[in-house]
Ligand binder design. Structure first.
Ligand code: NDP
Length: 374
């Protein structure tokens, strides 16, 4: 899912390298890109969420054996396709329903890049995964790093804390005043990673790290107090785990998403990678700093949303998706994102996130409120 995006394209590179059979593909509206993927990988089914784009794609690939589905329902059908693994690399809450659909249809492994799934419906998703006996393997590089560090210890291991690393983004060490005038082009220039537009903006606001704290709480079932964040400019250490004896394990490598994508697919085995080997002598130094929570309040807002619980993280995520969209459309300033996030957190009552209906209701209310303010 999300095959035409940054993660999706890299996942298909990995699939090609290792000869995985790609049985099904889905994306939002990029018909042209999906058509070339259909021709290259020959899946039995494919889907586009956008109905009009799907209609055009159906005509374009009429000479192939691939059946083209459409709409959110079509994407959910792709999630249920009889495959060993589902890789979910959709961006945003649009990935939540397909994840839940896959879990309830008996899928045994979900390689999850779509962090918004765990932020908006994390409790529900992890409970459903547990009930169905499915494993959710993280693709996000930080969570893959933690997952890999935890493999080194027995299941009843005494974790003191998880330390998520953050690059600090393009505006590391900038003051709040300077942030008032940063441009979209500056925001989209991430120092170490080449990613989709939404996550690149999230990295610049540090909201990405906040979302990752929530993701880690859900995936590893730890209280947020046991999840620390450290700025690590080089993005070589992808994250760490400190155990009760103060031994710290770190997972390292060149910043290349093909590594965590591949590990989520080949786990528990490892396989040769297209990613370049790490040469620490070329890197020279690794640097670490505390995050600046005053200038970049998004991470703490995520912590607050976790503390209040229920639908607060859902509303915060929805406001962020809308705010980032508006920033990408150059309708608001960079720092307006923070204001919209603060207001969304205040506006959302602390109701339980017990059903998918409640989650989507909170999501749409939070989105509407953001748009009413613009
Ligand atoms: P992109 O924006 O590059 O790609 C998003 C993908 O989702 C595209 O294929 C898009 O299709 C598809 N999509 C969007 N909306 C829908 C929808 N409603 N139904 C079906 N498909 C949809 O995002 P990234 O690849 O950067 O990120 C994907 C996820 O992975 C995000 O949750 C992100 O936070 C996470 N992630 C990404 C990393 C990265 O390096 N990029 C690193 C770690 C995590 P279309 O092209 O047609 O619009």
């Amino acid at each position: 899912l999300g095959s035409t995006g940054s993660i999706g394209v890299q996942a298909l590179e990995v699939a090609k390298q290792h000869g995985f059979k790609v049985a099904a593909l889905a994306a939002g509206r990029s018909g042209y890109e999906l058509e070339s993927q259909i021709r290259a990988f020959k899946p039995a089914i494919a889907a586009l969420e956008d109905e009009q784009a799907a209609r055009l794609l159906r005509i374009a690939v009429g000479d192939t054996f691939t059946k083209v589905l459409s709409g959110p329902q079509g994407v959910c059908e792709i999630a249920q396709a009889p495959t060993d693994i589902l890789l979910n690399a959709i961006v945003g809450i649009a990935g939540l329903r397909p994840t839940l659909t896959a879990l309830t249809s008996g899928k045994k492994r979900i390689a999850l890049a779509n962090k918004e799934t765990l932020v908006t419906g994390g409790e529900l998703v992890m409970r459903t995964a547990k009930d169905s006996g499915a494993s959710v393997i993280p693709v996000d590089s930080e969570h893959s790093a933690v997952f890999q560090c935890l493999l080194a210890a027995p299941p009843d291991q005494k974790i003191k804390k998880i330390i998520l690393t953050a690059s600090g983004g393009p505006f590391f060490r900038k003051g709040r005043q300077e942030l008032e005038t940063v441009t979209l082009a500056q925001t989209l220039k991430h120092p170490n990673w080449n990613m989709g537009a939404k996550i690149t903006v999230d990295s610049a606001t540090m909201m990405n790290k906040g979302l990752e704290i929530i993701e880690a709480v859900r995936l590893f079932d730890l209280p947020q107090e046991q999840i620390d964040v450290v700025i690590h400019r080089e993005s070589i250490i992808h994250s760490m785990v400190e155990f009760c004896d103060h031994s710290v394990l770190a997972q390292m490598g060149t910043p290349d998403m093909r590594v965590p994508i591949q590990f989520a697919l080949t786990f528990p085995d490892r396989a040769p990678s297209l990613s370049p080997s790490l040469d620490l002598t070329k890197i020279g130094n690794l640097s670490f700093y505390p995050p600046d929570d005053q200038t970049f309040p998004a991470m703490n807002l995520c912590r607050e949303s976790l503390k209040a619980g229920g639908l607060k993280p859902t509303a915060l995520n929805a406001a962020n998706e809308e705010a980032v969209r508006l920033f990408l459309e150059e309708k608001i300033r960079f720092t307006d994102i923070f204001t919209l996030l603060e207001e969304a957190l205040d506006d959302q009552p602390a109701l339980p996130a017990e059903s998918i209906e409640a989650i989507f209701e909170a999501d749409s209310v939070a989105r509407r409120k953001v748009n009413e303010k613009i």
